[in-house]
Structures are given as C-alpha cells and as structure tokens.
Design a protein around this ligand. Sequence first.
Ligand code: ZN
Length: 502
Amino acid sequence: MSALDELRADLATVADLERAGAVLDWDQETQMPPGGVEDRANQLATVGRLSHELFTSDRIGELLERAGEEVAGQPYESFEASLVRVTKREWEQATRLPAELVENIARAGAEARPDWLRARQESDWSIFAPRMERTVEFSLALAEAHGWTASPYDALIERSEPGLSTRFLEGLFGELKEAIVPMVRAIAARPEAAPDEVLDRDFDPELQLGISLAVVQELGYDLERGRLDKSAHPFCVSLGAGDVRITTRVKRNIRDSCLFSTIHESGHGMYDQGIPKILDRSPLWGGASSGVHESQSRFWENLVCRSRAFWIYFFPRLAKVFPAQLADQTAESFFRANNRVRPSYIRVDADEVTYNLHVLMRFEIEKQLIEGSLAVGDVPEAWNQALDQYLGLAPTGALTGPLQDIHWVQAPLGGFVGYALGNLIGAQLLERVRVDVPEFDSLLAVGSFGPLLEWLHREVHAHGRKFTPDELTERASGGPIRSDAWIRYARVKFGEIYGLDW
Ligand code: ZN
C-alpha cells in the first residue's frame, strides 16, 4: 500500500467523524428538543476532539512526508498533488494550535452567549465588552500561533481565505468604498424609482415555503441528495457528496424573504452537490474558501434571481400563488421592489449595494481592534462614526449597532470579509459567463438555468478545494480577485433602475 493510499484512508476517517458532528449540528438546529442541549454539547465535543486528534497526529505528518515524495512531479492541479498540498497546509495550521487554546476558544464562545443576549436585551455594549476583550485576546493568540509579519489580522484572514492579506483587502475594499458611497447617496435621493411596500403584505408561510422549494429545484438543487428544513438562521450543511442539506426561515411578510434565503442556501448547496465524488471524504472536498462559497450563494440570489430577466420568467408564476397580494404588480414593478437600495442599520437585511458597506465597516473596526489602535470600550463610538461615513446614517444604539452579529461572540475575528469577497468574485464570474454563454439573459427569461449550472460545475465546483480563492478566480474568470467587475455590474443595474448615469 502506498503512503498516499494510507493517507487517504486516515483522512476518510477524519471526514467521517467531522460529518457525524455535522449531523449532530444539523439535528440541533432543526429537530432537537430544548432539553438536549447539554447532551449534544458533550457529543459534539467528543466527536470534535477525536477528529482533531486523529488529523493532527504525527502519523498523518509522516504519511504526508512520504506521500509528498510519491507525488513529486505530478501536475499542480492533479488530485494527488492537490491532496498532499492542501492537506499539508491544513495539517500545519491545525498542529500549530495548542489544544488548550482551541478548547478555551470554544468554551469562551459558549460562555459569552448569555452575556451577549443580555447585552442585546438592554442594548448595552458595556455588558458584552469584557467578553469582547476575550474575543480580541483569543484572536491575537490564534494569530500568534499561526505566525504573521505585517499584521496579526493577516493570520486570521489566511485561515478563511488562504493566500489573501490585510493589505490586499484594504486596497480592494478602498476601491469599493470610493465607488459605493456616492452611488448610495445618489440612489437615496430617488426612492420613487423602486417602491417596495408590496414586500410587507401578508403572504401565507406554507405557500412561501412551497414555491421556494419549487424554485430551487428548478435552479438545479437536487432533492435526491438534499432536503429543505426550517431553522432560526438559514444554513447549508454537507454530510457527504450524496447529502447536502439546506434550511430556511419564513415570516408572513416577504421583506424577510423566505424565497431569497432559500435561493441563497441552495447556491451553497449546488456548489457542494457539484463537487466530484473522487474528492469526497478528503480535505479537497468542500468550497475553496468562505468567500468563494459566498460567491456561489450570492450568484444565484442576486445575480440570477434579483435580475429583471428572472422576474420576467418568474413573476407570472408567483402571481398565480399569490393573486390577491400581487394583483397591482407587474414583473417590472416587482423586480424594482426587490432591488430597493436603502441605507439601513442591520447587515442581514441590507440590499445588494449597501451590504458591502456593512462588511467594510466591520473590517475596519476588527483590524483596528486586533492591531491595538481601537479599545473595546470605544467600539460603539467607532461604529457610529463608520455609520455616518459609510452609510450616512445617524448614530444608533448597541442592539442595532455592534451587538447585532453573533460573529464576535465566538473568536476569531475575520469572519466577515468572505461576504464582500463573494460579491466581487460572483461579478467576475458573471462577466465570464456572459462571454461563454452569450444567450445568458434570454435563458433566464424563459427559466432555463441548466447551462449556467453546468458552467459553474465545470469552472468552479469541479475543483473542490484544490485551489486558493485567487487561483480559482484566475482560472474561472481570467484574472485575480478585483473590484471593478462588481462596480461595473452595480453601476449598470442600479443606474438603470434609478435613472442615474455613472
Ligand atoms: Zn451564505
């Protein structure tokens, strides 16, 4: 047996353990009775410890070394060379982390949650601030363990977006800010171009769920290898090549959109369903990074399903399900209602244009926190300054300010950048799709999504985790990650809706 075969066998065991944990997680979010919390925490901790111990063992290190010699000379993109390269990167990262630190971070997250909830109830940052101090401390400890040169933030970004740095993101996000801030101010002066009162009408939740499931099946989400359930926070979880599940939420209005949440998660789901089986049960199985994964969910949610072409196809069908609620609407008016741009305080409710600004604000604040130029106690003030500067909004309280996201309850920092990267990468892919599939818009207008899904399967999903985000973007779109494609996309789409010329 070759070292590579032995390595694959061990990595398959690690993957099985991780997925067993993922089943426990999925069950916790969708089915488990409240009394199960303590048992479930123990089970998850045990499975997590076993898979971590197995993966970080010396044996894996030795096998990696021997397998590295066996695959020397194989092409960079080959399964064998990629498996050794990617596993080695992750093994080195994982072994650098002291087990105690990993445990302490997990425990701190669990302990911080009640304080975060209490701070939210009273909209009082000072209640959460001591926990936030620990989040920053642990993030710094994590950065030290990984090692960094220019900024400790680099180490945290490297964990979720391999190959990207703080300085690179500063450049990219600076360009975005310069383009978006004036765009939002100009749009805000013309609200009459996209009235959206229809979104607040009463829509039966069961009917919403039914039509949402029907849509994602049409887009290409495969129910033979997936299912849809309800959860408080929508997510996608992969339990293997044959089992990629999504969840959604539903309210009586459609402003908190069940339809778009379901489509978003199905975009994550179709990514994982498109990864070839040969990569299964190894570190090559999954998305290239959080940002690349978001590029897929946002592609379907925004670039496809918030397009005019999609609503030409889909509005008549939706109007059959909700004839009374949509009686005074047309495909055009409903398309506009779903593309209303309006500065708001809450990130998850933000429209396609202002969403990026919410990410940029958090990036700035996190960077200053970990580099030591901002104190935790001053976060609300920094937040309100950023609100004015980025979104032109008046100061707000902590609940609708820095206490709104759960990300800071659990270390490490750095969890937001993928959302903006996903938007940028998606727009770059769209430009390439329009070259390779010239009839793209007319296909959407008749509900033909197969050619798009095939393109994404071939250019993005087929590679699993073989490439870094930049390598993958370069291969699929013809250039490294950049901001200009998204800026062009937004100027054309929203310039046209709002009658503005950029
Ligand atoms: Zn997502």
